[in-house]
Design a protein around this ligand. Sequence first.
Ligand SMILES: Nc1ncnc2c1ncn2[C@@H]1O[C@H](COP(=O)(O)OP(=O)(O)OP(=O)(O)O)[C@@H](O)[C@H]1O
Length: 291
Amino acid sequence: MADFRNILMVVNPISGGEEKDDLITEVQRAVEQQNCRFQLFKTTGENDIQKIKDEIEQFEPDRVLVVGGDGTVKIVAEALFHKDLPIAIFPAGSANGLALNLGIPDNREQQIEIALSDNFTDLDVLQVNDELCLHLSDIGLNAELIRNYESSSVRGKFGYLMQSIPTLIKSKYPYEYEVEIDGEIYNHKGIMLAIANCKKYGTGANINPEGKHDDGKFEIIIFKNIDITEILGTLREDVKFDPNFAETISTKAAKIRCKKPIAFQIDGEFIENTQKIEVKIAEKSLKIAVK
Ligand SMILES: Nc1ncnc2c1ncn2[C@@H]1O[C@H](COP(=O)(O)OP(=O)(O)OP(=O)(O)O)[C@@H](O)[C@H]1O
Protein backbone atom coordinates (compact mmCIF):
# COMPACT_ATOMS: atom_id res chain seq x y z
CA MET A 1 0.00 0.00 0.00
CA ALA A 2 1.17 3.51 -0.74
CA ASP A 3 2.83 5.52 1.97
CA PHE A 4 0.79 8.68 2.65
CA ARG A 5 -1.47 10.24 5.28
CA ASN A 6 -2.93 13.38 3.74
CA ILE A 7 -4.49 13.65 0.31
CA LEU A 8 -5.44 16.98 -1.23
CA MET A 9 -7.84 16.83 -4.16
CA VAL A 10 -7.89 19.88 -6.45
CA VAL A 11 -11.01 19.99 -8.61
CA ASN A 12 -11.79 22.40 -11.42
CA PRO A 13 -15.60 22.50 -11.21
CA ILE A 14 -16.07 23.90 -14.73
CA SER A 15 -13.51 21.91 -16.75
CA GLY A 16 -14.91 19.73 -19.51
CA GLY A 17 -18.41 20.93 -18.63
CA GLU A 18 -18.98 17.79 -16.54
CA GLU A 19 -20.30 17.28 -13.04
CA LYS A 20 -17.67 15.82 -10.68
CA ASP A 21 -19.49 15.18 -7.39
CA ASP A 22 -19.68 11.38 -7.86
CA LEU A 23 -15.96 11.19 -8.55
CA ILE A 24 -15.19 13.31 -5.48
CA THR A 25 -17.35 11.07 -3.27
CA GLU A 26 -15.78 7.91 -4.66
CA VAL A 27 -12.20 9.16 -4.21
CA GLN A 28 -12.94 10.46 -0.71
CA ARG A 29 -14.30 7.04 0.26
CA ALA A 30 -11.22 5.26 -1.17
CA VAL A 31 -8.86 7.64 0.65
CA GLU A 32 -10.67 7.33 3.98
CA GLN A 33 -10.73 3.52 3.67
CA GLN A 34 -6.94 3.75 3.81
CA ASN A 35 -7.20 5.78 7.05
CA CYS A 36 -5.92 8.88 5.32
CA ARG A 37 -7.21 12.43 5.64
CA PHE A 38 -8.98 13.91 2.60
CA GLN A 39 -9.18 17.60 1.78
CA LEU A 40 -11.03 19.12 -1.18
CA PHE A 41 -10.10 22.35 -2.92
CA LYS A 42 -12.23 23.68 -5.78
CA THR A 43 -10.58 26.14 -8.13
CA THR A 44 -12.31 29.46 -8.74
CA GLY A 45 -10.45 30.75 -11.78
CA GLU A 46 -9.02 33.60 -9.62
CA ASN A 47 -5.57 33.40 -8.06
CA ASP A 48 -5.72 29.59 -7.85
CA ILE A 49 -1.94 29.05 -7.83
CA GLN A 50 -1.53 31.07 -4.62
CA LYS A 51 -4.61 29.51 -3.02
CA ILE A 52 -3.30 25.99 -3.73
CA LYS A 53 0.11 26.97 -2.30
CA ASP A 54 -1.65 28.14 0.89
CA GLU A 55 -3.69 24.93 1.02
CA ILE A 56 -0.51 22.84 0.68
CA GLU A 57 1.19 24.80 3.45
CA GLN A 58 -1.74 24.35 5.87
CA PHE A 59 -2.81 20.77 5.09
CA GLU A 60 0.68 19.37 4.30
CA PRO A 61 -0.53 16.74 1.80
CA ASP A 62 1.64 13.79 0.79
CA ARG A 63 -0.03 13.73 -2.61
CA VAL A 64 -2.21 16.04 -4.72
CA LEU A 65 -4.96 14.62 -6.94
CA VAL A 66 -5.94 16.87 -9.82
CA VAL A 67 -9.35 16.75 -11.49
CA GLY A 68 -9.43 18.86 -14.62
CA GLY A 69 -7.89 19.39 -18.01
CA ASP A 70 -4.34 20.36 -18.98
CA GLY A 71 -4.89 23.92 -17.72
CA THR A 72 -5.74 22.70 -14.22
CA VAL A 73 -2.77 20.33 -14.08
CA LYS A 74 -0.56 23.26 -15.05
CA ILE A 75 -2.01 25.43 -12.26
CA VAL A 76 -1.27 22.70 -9.69
CA ALA A 77 2.24 22.14 -11.10
CA GLU A 78 2.96 25.89 -10.75
CA ALA A 79 1.81 25.74 -7.12
CA LEU A 80 4.02 22.79 -6.15
CA PHE A 81 7.04 23.27 -8.43
CA HIS A 82 10.26 22.30 -6.56
CA LYS A 83 8.23 20.83 -3.66
CA ASP A 84 8.87 17.11 -4.34
CA LEU A 85 5.17 16.39 -3.95
CA PRO A 86 3.66 13.78 -6.30
CA ILE A 87 0.45 14.39 -8.21
CA ALA A 88 -2.15 12.13 -9.82
CA ILE A 89 -4.34 13.18 -12.73
CA PHE A 90 -8.06 12.52 -13.19
CA PRO A 91 -8.55 13.72 -16.78
CA ALA A 92 -11.67 15.91 -16.81
CA GLY A 93 -11.10 18.71 -19.28
CA SER A 94 -12.06 19.38 -22.85
CA ALA A 95 -8.39 18.69 -23.54
CA ASN A 96 -6.44 16.10 -21.52
CA GLY A 97 -3.24 15.93 -23.51
CA LEU A 98 -0.83 15.24 -20.65
CA ALA A 99 -2.99 12.38 -19.30
CA LEU A 100 -3.24 10.95 -22.81
CA ASN A 101 0.56 11.01 -23.21
CA LEU A 102 1.05 9.36 -19.82
CA GLY A 103 -1.45 6.59 -20.61
CA ILE A 104 -3.92 7.48 -17.84
CA PRO A 105 -6.95 5.24 -18.60
CA ASP A 106 -10.56 6.46 -19.01
CA ASN A 107 -11.84 3.96 -16.47
CA ARG A 108 -12.55 5.63 -13.12
CA GLU A 109 -11.72 2.62 -10.92
CA GLN A 110 -8.33 2.29 -12.62
CA GLN A 111 -7.75 6.03 -12.24
CA ILE A 112 -8.38 5.80 -8.48
CA GLU A 113 -6.09 2.76 -8.20
CA ILE A 114 -3.29 4.61 -10.02
CA ALA A 115 -3.83 7.78 -7.98
CA LEU A 116 -3.43 5.91 -4.70
CA SER A 117 -0.62 3.57 -5.74
CA ASP A 118 3.12 4.12 -5.77
CA ASN A 119 4.11 3.94 -9.40
CA PHE A 120 5.42 7.23 -10.72
CA THR A 121 7.03 8.80 -13.72
CA ASP A 122 9.31 11.83 -13.39
CA LEU A 123 8.19 14.38 -15.95
CA ASP A 124 10.62 16.93 -17.39
CA VAL A 125 9.07 20.38 -16.98
CA LEU A 126 9.71 23.17 -19.46
CA GLN A 127 10.20 26.71 -18.21
CA VAL A 128 8.85 28.92 -20.97
CA ASN A 129 9.38 32.63 -20.24
CA ASP A 130 7.79 32.97 -16.76
CA GLU A 131 5.49 29.95 -17.04
CA LEU A 132 5.75 26.19 -16.75
CA CYS A 133 4.84 23.97 -19.68
CA LEU A 134 4.19 20.30 -18.94
CA HIS A 135 3.08 19.10 -22.27
CA LEU A 136 2.91 21.29 -25.39
CA SER A 137 3.18 24.93 -26.19
CA ASP A 138 2.99 26.67 -29.54
CA ILE A 139 3.17 30.00 -31.26
CA GLY A 140 1.10 30.59 -34.40
CA LEU A 141 -2.07 29.10 -35.83
CA ASN A 142 -3.06 26.68 -33.04
CA ALA A 143 -2.56 29.35 -30.35
CA GLU A 144 -4.78 31.67 -32.42
CA LEU A 145 -7.48 28.98 -32.36
CA ILE A 146 -7.17 28.70 -28.56
CA ARG A 147 -7.28 32.51 -28.17
CA ASN A 148 -10.47 32.67 -30.30
CA TYR A 149 -12.01 29.71 -28.41
CA GLU A 150 -11.32 31.33 -25.03
CA SER A 151 -13.02 34.57 -26.09
CA SER A 152 -16.10 32.72 -27.41
CA SER A 153 -18.96 31.40 -25.28
CA VAL A 154 -19.12 27.79 -26.57
CA ARG A 155 -16.98 25.40 -24.46
CA GLY A 156 -15.70 21.91 -25.18
CA LYS A 157 -14.61 20.23 -28.42
CA PHE A 158 -17.53 21.75 -30.37
CA GLY A 159 -16.32 25.21 -29.33
CA TYR A 160 -12.91 24.52 -30.91
CA LEU A 161 -14.59 23.23 -34.07
CA MET A 162 -16.72 26.40 -34.28
CA GLN A 163 -13.60 28.58 -34.16
CA SER A 164 -11.51 26.60 -36.68
CA ILE A 165 -12.73 28.19 -39.94
CA PRO A 166 -12.83 31.81 -38.60
CA THR A 167 -9.29 31.29 -37.23
CA LEU A 168 -8.01 30.09 -40.61
CA ILE A 169 -9.65 33.03 -42.37
CA LYS A 170 -8.35 35.68 -39.93
CA SER A 171 -4.82 34.28 -39.47
CA LYS A 172 -1.89 36.25 -40.90
CA TYR A 173 0.35 33.20 -41.46
CA PRO A 174 3.01 32.38 -42.65
CA TYR A 175 5.06 33.64 -39.71
CA GLU A 176 8.82 34.09 -39.50
CA TYR A 177 10.61 32.41 -36.60
CA GLU A 178 14.24 32.92 -35.59
CA VAL A 179 15.39 30.00 -33.43
CA GLU A 180 18.63 30.26 -31.40
CA ILE A 181 20.18 27.05 -30.07
CA ASP A 182 23.70 26.96 -28.57
CA GLY A 183 24.50 30.33 -30.19
CA GLU A 184 23.49 29.12 -33.70
CA ILE A 185 20.62 30.94 -35.42
CA TYR A 186 18.11 29.12 -37.63
CA ASN A 187 15.48 31.03 -39.65
CA HIS A 188 12.16 29.38 -40.43
CA LYS A 189 8.84 30.31 -41.95
CA GLY A 190 5.61 28.48 -41.18
CA ILE A 191 2.08 28.34 -39.85
CA MET A 192 3.19 27.51 -36.30
CA LEU A 193 6.12 26.52 -34.14
CA ALA A 194 5.48 23.93 -31.44
CA ILE A 195 7.55 23.39 -28.29
CA ALA A 196 6.93 19.77 -27.35
CA ASN A 197 7.73 17.92 -24.14
CA CYS A 198 5.42 15.04 -25.10
CA LYS A 199 4.27 13.35 -28.30
CA LYS A 200 0.61 14.25 -28.70
CA TYR A 201 -1.98 16.97 -28.38
CA GLY A 202 -5.16 16.13 -26.45
CA THR A 203 -6.86 15.51 -29.81
CA GLY A 204 -4.48 12.58 -30.32
CA ALA A 205 -2.50 14.39 -33.04
CA ASN A 206 0.98 12.89 -32.84
CA ILE A 207 3.18 15.86 -33.71
CA ASN A 208 6.33 14.67 -31.95
CA PRO A 209 6.56 10.89 -32.49
CA GLU A 210 10.15 10.64 -31.15
CA GLY A 211 9.43 12.80 -28.07
CA LYS A 212 9.85 11.41 -24.56
CA HIS A 213 8.56 13.21 -21.47
CA ASP A 214 11.55 12.20 -19.31
CA ASP A 215 14.61 12.30 -21.61
CA GLY A 216 15.95 15.72 -20.49
CA LYS A 217 15.19 17.22 -23.90
CA PHE A 218 12.32 18.84 -25.74
CA GLU A 219 11.56 19.31 -29.42
CA ILE A 220 10.92 22.39 -31.51
CA ILE A 221 8.75 21.52 -34.50
CA ILE A 222 8.19 24.04 -37.28
CA PHE A 223 5.06 23.36 -39.32
CA LYS A 224 5.55 24.97 -42.70
CA ASN A 225 2.14 24.76 -44.36
CA ILE A 226 -1.37 23.33 -44.16
CA ASP A 227 -1.06 19.95 -45.85
CA ILE A 228 -4.24 17.98 -45.12
CA THR A 229 -2.66 14.57 -45.91
CA GLU A 230 0.25 15.26 -43.54
CA ILE A 231 -2.12 16.63 -40.87
CA LEU A 232 -4.28 13.48 -41.05
CA GLY A 233 -1.06 11.46 -40.85
CA THR A 234 -0.50 12.80 -37.30
CA LEU A 235 -3.34 10.51 -36.18
CA ARG A 236 -1.00 7.52 -36.76
CA GLU A 237 1.42 6.27 -34.09
CA ASP A 238 4.25 5.75 -36.60
CA VAL A 239 3.92 9.11 -38.40
CA LYS A 240 7.00 10.46 -40.24
CA PHE A 241 6.83 14.02 -41.55
CA ASP A 242 7.78 15.13 -45.02
CA PRO A 243 10.49 17.80 -44.40
CA ASN A 244 8.49 20.14 -46.65
CA PHE A 245 5.69 19.94 -44.06
CA ALA A 246 7.49 19.87 -40.70
CA GLU A 247 11.01 20.04 -39.32
CA THR A 248 12.01 18.90 -35.82
CA ILE A 249 14.96 20.03 -33.66
CA SER A 250 15.70 18.33 -30.33
CA THR A 251 17.39 20.45 -27.65
CA LYS A 252 17.74 21.35 -23.95
CA ALA A 253 17.31 25.12 -24.35
CA ALA A 254 16.26 27.58 -27.04
CA LYS A 255 15.37 31.20 -27.72
CA ILE A 256 12.69 31.99 -30.28
CA ARG A 257 12.15 35.42 -31.75
CA CYS A 258 9.43 36.61 -34.14
CA LYS A 259 9.27 39.76 -36.26
CA LYS A 260 5.72 40.56 -35.07
CA PRO A 261 3.78 39.58 -31.92
CA ILE A 262 2.17 36.16 -32.53
CA ALA A 263 -0.41 34.21 -30.49
CA PHE A 264 1.26 31.96 -27.91
CA GLN A 265 -0.30 29.15 -25.84
CA ILE A 266 0.95 26.81 -23.13
CA ASP A 267 -0.80 23.51 -22.31
CA GLY A 268 -3.99 24.70 -23.98
CA GLU A 269 -4.17 28.11 -22.28
CA PHE A 270 -3.71 31.26 -24.37
CA ILE A 271 -0.93 33.33 -22.76
CA GLU A 272 -0.41 36.44 -24.93
CA ASN A 273 0.73 37.69 -28.32
CA THR A 274 4.49 37.63 -28.06
CA GLN A 275 7.71 38.12 -30.04
CA LYS A 276 10.20 36.43 -27.68
CA ILE A 277 10.19 33.04 -26.02
CA GLU A 278 12.97 31.48 -23.96
CA VAL A 279 12.73 27.78 -23.10
CA LYS A 280 14.74 25.84 -20.51
CA ILE A 281 14.20 22.39 -19.10
CA ALA A 282 13.93 21.34 -15.45
CA GLU A 283 14.71 17.64 -15.81
CA LYS A 284 12.48 15.08 -14.12
CA SER A 285 10.99 17.69 -11.82
CA LEU A 286 7.33 16.61 -11.50
CA LYS A 287 6.42 13.19 -10.08
CA ILE A 288 3.15 11.88 -11.55
CA ALA A 289 1.32 8.66 -10.66
CA VAL A 290 0.96 6.35 -13.69
CA LYS A 291 -0.08 2.75 -14.44
N1 LIG B 1 -14.35 27.88 -10.93
C1 LIG B 1 -13.84 28.32 -12.08
N2 LIG B 1 -14.53 29.19 -12.86
C2 LIG B 1 -14.04 29.62 -14.03
N3 LIG B 1 -12.82 29.26 -14.54
C3 LIG B 1 -12.09 28.39 -13.80
C4 LIG B 1 -12.54 27.89 -12.56
N4 LIG B 1 -11.59 27.07 -12.07
C5 LIG B 1 -10.57 27.08 -12.96
N5 LIG B 1 -10.87 27.86 -14.01
C6 LIG B 1 -10.06 28.08 -15.21
O1 LIG B 1 -10.11 26.88 -16.01
C7 LIG B 1 -8.96 26.83 -16.85
C8 LIG B 1 -8.39 25.46 -16.90
O2 LIG B 1 -9.33 24.57 -17.47
P1 LIG B 1 -8.82 23.17 -18.01
O3 LIG B 1 -7.87 23.39 -19.14
O4 LIG B 1 -8.33 22.34 -16.90
O5 LIG B 1 -10.14 22.50 -18.50
P2 LIG B 1 -10.81 22.54 -19.93
O6 LIG B 1 -12.16 21.96 -19.85
O7 LIG B 1 -9.87 21.90 -20.93
O8 LIG B 1 -10.91 24.06 -20.14
P3 LIG B 1 -11.17 24.84 -21.48
O9 LIG B 1 -12.17 24.03 -22.28
O10 LIG B 1 -11.71 26.17 -21.00
O11 LIG B 1 -9.80 24.92 -22.13
C9 LIG B 1 -7.98 27.84 -16.29
O12 LIG B 1 -7.95 28.96 -17.12
C10 LIG B 1 -8.59 28.22 -14.93
O13 LIG B 1 -8.25 29.52 -14.53
